[in-house]
Every structure is written in C-alpha cells, then in structure tokens.
Design a protein around this ligand. Sequence first.
Ligand SMILES: Nc1ncnc2c1ncn2[C@@H]1O[C@H](COP(=O)(O)OP(=O)(O)OP(=O)(O)O)[C@@H](O)[C@H]1O
Ligand SMILES: [Mg+2]
Length: 360
Amino acid sequence: MLQHRMEALNMIFKRALPKVIGMDISGTSIKVVKLSKLEHAYQLDVLGYEPLPPNLVQEHEIQNVEEMARHIKNLVSRLKLDNSQVAIAISGSAVITKVIEMNAGLTEYEQEIHIESVADQYIPFPLSEVALDYDVVGPIANQPNKVEVLLAVARSELVDKYKTAVELAGLTPMYIDVETYAIERGYHALLHDQYPDKVVAVVNVGNLVTTLNVLANGRTTYTREQLFGGKQLTEEIQAQYSLSFEEAEKKKRANDLPADYHQEILTPFMQTIAQQIARSLQFYYSSGEHRDIQQILLAGGSSNIIGLTEVIEAELHLPVALIHPFSKMKISKQISEETLQAYASSLTAACGLALRSFTG
Ligand SMILES: Nc1ncnc2c1ncn2[C@@H]1O[C@H](COP(=O)(O)OP(=O)(O)OP(=O)(O)O)[C@@H](O)[C@H]1O
Ligand SMILES: [Mg+2]
C-alpha cells in the first residue's frame, strides 16, 4: 500500500521530462529518431534505420529477444547513441485499448484502485498476465462529474520481450507506448495546424499491416488494422520476374523493373490499396461515427510508391497527401536528403515516440 502511494508520489514529482530517442521496432526494420527543440521548431538530430530479417517479429511479437537486442545494439552503436533512454511502442492487435468513464476529482491513487477493480471486465485474460496503463483524456460533455479515461492493456509477456531486447542492447526503456498514440502525437505536434478543423484519416501502409487512424480535432476517434501491405507487391514481382524475395524488394524500391511492370502489376496493386482503404473507411462509418472524413494522409513505407496518392484520390474522391514528418524541421547536416526522402514517410511513429522528450 505504502509502496503504491510512494510510486504515485514519484510520478507527481517527476517534473523534468527525460530526454529520449524514439525507437520503432516494426516488422521489417528498427527505426530511430532523435529530436531537439529549438525556439520555434524541432530539429531532426539523428535518423537511423536497420533492416530486420524476415520473421524476427511475427504478429507484433519478437520471436528471438537476444537476436533483436543484437540488431538494436548494431544500430545504436553506429549512430553513437549507446546508453540512451528510449521510447518504444507496441502495436496494433497486440494491445487492447478502451475508452471508459470514471468519476471526476479522484486522486491518482484512487484512480489506480478504480482502474484495477474494473479492468477485468475489458480484458480477455487474467489481470496477473497483463501490463495495464491509463490516461485521463478529459471531461465528458453534459456529465460534469465524469471524466473519459483511455485504458491500454497488453500481455505482460509480449511487453517484456520488447523491454528486455532494449535493455540487453544497453538502453533504458523510459516509455512503452502504443503505436496509435505515437502516430497521434506525431500528427498533433507536426501536422494538425495544417488541418485544424478537419476530420483526417491517417493511413499507414506498411509491409504486412495497414492501419487507419481517424483523428478529429487532433484526437484519435477510431483505429483499425488490416493484414495487407507492401509485401504482397514484392511477392507478385518475385513470381512474375522469377527473382529472389530480396532482389524483388530491392528492384521494387528502386523502381527498376521491366516495361510491363506498371500496367501488369503496379497499377492493379495501387487499386487494391485504394479498395482496402475504402473498405476500412466503410468500417469507420458503420461503427456509428458519422463525421465525414475530409482528408487522407498517407504514411508507411509503401506510401513511397509513385502515383499512389492520385490513384487513391480517384477511387475515394477525397484529397490525399503524403506525410512528411520532418517537412517543417531543421535537419542536421549529418542527414542526407536521399536518406530523408527514402525513410521520412515510415517514420511518423518513431517521430511521435521521440516527441515524448517534450510532451511526456
Ligand atoms: N520506395 C518504395 N517503393 C515501394 N515500396 C516501398 C518503398 N520503400 C519502402 N517500401 C515498402 O514499405 C514496406 C515497409 O514499410 P514500413 O517500414 O512502414 O513497414 P513496417 O512498419 O516495418 O511493417 P509492418 O507495419 O507491416 O509490420 C515494405 O513492404 C517496403 O517494400
Ligand atoms: Mg508499421
């Protein structure tokens, strides 16, 4: 009991925000972003990328913690970020998030007791096996004595694998976030002022997974994950041109393929992406959300496909723009324009994690 109280007290007095690097450990790679805050803007100090062997992460779970630690260590040593404090994220279906109501005016201690007592209603496995966190979002309209609370729950075993991999690499995990929240934080800090009154859909097209985050007034109101992504395109290239997976992946990124590639493979694939997004938006509308989406923002590695925005615009009749999280930042001289262009769109989550240095 006392220990509980003291932990809460520690949190209250933890005024100085720890300076962290953002580390997005995803299906295909580890991505690192380090930011600093200037008077009127952020500066991108470090950008790092380390490809991962296939299957090291499966269904959002690290399959071999020691091997992952070696990849993390390689990357941070190369970037001279050894011993850093880091913010990492777990993602998608690995985390359950729920919005619940709670009485307003509770102390932090009372809130914790309340959450513990109601959490098992929302969780499909025993409380002893889960890592749990919550955030008081704010008051509820027309209910002055209630607040809205966001609850996030994941299996402890899965969270521990991420934590251990980072620790074995000599780093200190300061924050374990949820990818959706990291994307929201990135959006809020870097893009929201361009779309202040709009309902925006951030669509992250990765390798195996595509996620949809619908944001209104800069806050997430709906999320959905689809098992679909750029790997499908690599496999089609591999089959059509009798290449190894690695060759197909390389040629795909370099856009170095035979003349019939665009018509035979790429255009139908882009149309499939557009249809997948349309499907996700249908789920959003049928979930009881009625505010129309006014803008689509594309992120993730597969958003680099040239011509994709136009295909989605034509299919969905909505404006589509690519996310470039660093467009308004000062960029360190160490980072080449080429590196920035190749990786920027897939770094929204890493950027949102790095922003924890300034927003907590
Ligand atoms: N220039 C490019 N052209 C086409 N596809 C690209 C390009 N650059 C990256 N990609 C594709 O983007 C995908 C990787 O994107 P990203 O880094 O966002 O995925 P991830 O987060 O690691 O994976 P996931 O979220 O699916 O587990 C790969 O399929 C890769 O081939
Ligand atoms: Mg991803």
